[in-house]
Every structure is written in C-alpha cells, then in structure tokens.
Design a protein around this ligand. Structure first.
Ligand code: AMP
Ligand code: ZN
Length: 114
C-alpha cells in the first residue's frame, strides 16, 4: 500500500519509536499520545479496518491482544489498568486505514466511552 503511513512505518520508511515486533506484528509509540502509555499495534500486512479481518486473520488478532497485554505489563500499567481499542471507519473515529490496536494507560481513564 504505497500511500499507507503505517505500511511505511513497518517498512522503516517513516520513523517511529518501536516498542515491539515479531514476524507478523509491529508496535510503536503513538505520535500524539492520549495518555502516558499510548502504543499502536499493527499487523505487518495491510488490512484497512476490522471489517476486513477474515477468519484466517483471527489468530493474528488474538496475538495482537496478547501483545497489548504484554506491552501494558512492560510499561507498568497492567495492574492499575489500561484500555485496548480498535476504531473502525470514520464514524468510529478511525483516521488511519491500516488496522491498529490502541493500548492506552498510565493514567486513570474515564469510565465508559466518549
Ligand atoms: P485512529 O484515529 O484510530 O485511526 O488512530 C490513528 C492514530 O495514529 C492516532 O492516534 C495518531 O496519533 C496516530 N498516528 C498517525 N500518524 C502517526 C505516525 N506517523 N506515528 C505514530 N502514530 C501516528
Ligand atoms: Zn498499510
């Protein structure tokens, strides 16, 4: 995906602060953090939104969630608490159309969802 910012981050063509990587996932610090811990976990392969995730991608989604928990642990916010979320399409607040899991923590998050 030539014009995808997260594909470029995965390829190292746009700089990022890497937090974690493996064969299929890449995690990096959000450039406009909404909390002291704000990490994005993306698949290396381009998937636009959660709507485009297939049954075959399901194990990878599970590994994204597990990576989120491990990152929260490593960042010291696992016990106090944190939030993971996928924004989906414009009405769901998605602005970058390469699937990404937000991991937010390091402060007390408002109950519920705005
Ligand atoms: P969303 O609104 O769910 O699509 O989230 C996109 C997120 O990507 C936002 O929190 C942005 O701050 C973040 N973002 C956009 N460009 C970059 C970048 N080059 N490096 C790191 N994070 C980015
Ligand atoms: Zn992409």
């Amino acid at each position: 995906m030539p014009d995808c910012v997260f594909c470029k981050i995965v390829a190292g063509e746009i700089p990022s602060t890497r937090v974690y990587e493996d064969e299929e996932l890449f995690a990096f610090e959000d450039v406009q953090p909404q909390a002291p811990v704000h990490v994005l976990i993306v698949p290396r392969k381009h998937i636009p939104t959660l709507n485009d995730v297939t049954e075959g991608d399901a194990p990878m989604i599970g590994r994204m969630m597990r990576a989120g928990a491990r990152i929260a642990q490593a960042k010291g916010t696992a016990a106090a608490g944190y939030r993971t979320l996928f924004n989906v399409n414009a009405g769901g607040g998605q602005t970058v159309f390469h699937l990404h899991l937000h991991v937010l923590g390091g402060r007390t998050l408002r109950p519920g969802l705005g």
